[in-house]
Design a protein around this ligand. Sequence first.
Ligand code: TXA
Ligand code: MG
Length: 323
Amino acid sequence: MIGQDLVYAAALLKDNEVVAIPTETVYGLAGNALSEVAVNKIFAAKQRPLSNPLIVHVCDKNMVYTLANEVPNNAKKLIEAFWPGPLTIILPKKNIVPDITTAGLPNVAIRMPEHPLTLELLSKLDFPLAAPSANPFGYISPTKATHVHKQLSGKIPYILDGGACEKGIESTVVGFENGEPVIYRLGALSLEQLKSVVSSSSTKNETNLDVGSPGLLPFHYAPKTRLILTHNIEKELARSNQENIGLLSFSKKISHPKVSLQIVLSSSRNIDEAARKLFDGLHELDALKLPLIIAEYMPENGIGIAMNERLEKAAAKTNLMLA
Ligand code: TXA
Ligand code: MG
């Protein structure tokens, strides 16, 4: 069932059930982060391996101190600058966080999302919400309630509909080594934004802000359709002997007899608009069950870097299937 009934959603969650929730990044599949029963249901509905830890969502910056043992200065600065928002931080966990939530790791991932419905829902609960993206394991993340419904209906009791996600890409995940930030996953918060707060003087060196993500599979975020990622769509079209190709481009409209549907992410070349539409475009093209999707690299700035990483993973699955 899809709706906006916060009282019903809260009652389900208090009863150890799972509920899909909107955030500014993507929809999450939420359950009581402190309850093994609820967290087990999240893993089961997603068919996610128990070795992949979950993000714990809070509605108050101070809740970090009830979940984490140590909060380095750089973490405090990042929280002040970017919460609520698309930043997840990884910190040593307190015992109240069950091992299943962190997949047995000594650290817990924490984020305060920026979505009015979900913040209100959290304020009705006396526990935080564990929530991975609300897609079956390995598939494209949902950015609309209808995406969740298509993928998980029948497996979860309720989807809280908060409209289309404003960012459209998952949060940026940052951990700390000796107090210095290390990026685990680049997402909706850009490298430039991070660097504006934890400047090079407070990072060990540039490579510290490189992406190093343990446990991430090469084919996350993948559609079922074969996908080729290119810098030159026209060349790829000329080379292909497929008909009925789906195209995903940044801004350019292309008409070509081999193309059955094209999605242009931002005709005005606005990278944030393109990010907002990226997963929706992939969902739409994938639903057509075409033989091939050709996608274009996004400009390598701001959120574009994280978008290209998602697209590379979608294309990597194609290569694995061909291998
Ligand atoms: O924007 C988001 O982050 C969305 C919304 C719903 O908040 N959530 C999300 O969750 O994308 P998920 O589970 O799809 O991705 C979380 C990532 C995974 O790559 C996971 O391995 C990593 O965060 N992660 C979570 N806890 C961790 C930990 N304790 N140590 C290292 N990585 C962790
Ligand atoms: Mg995910």
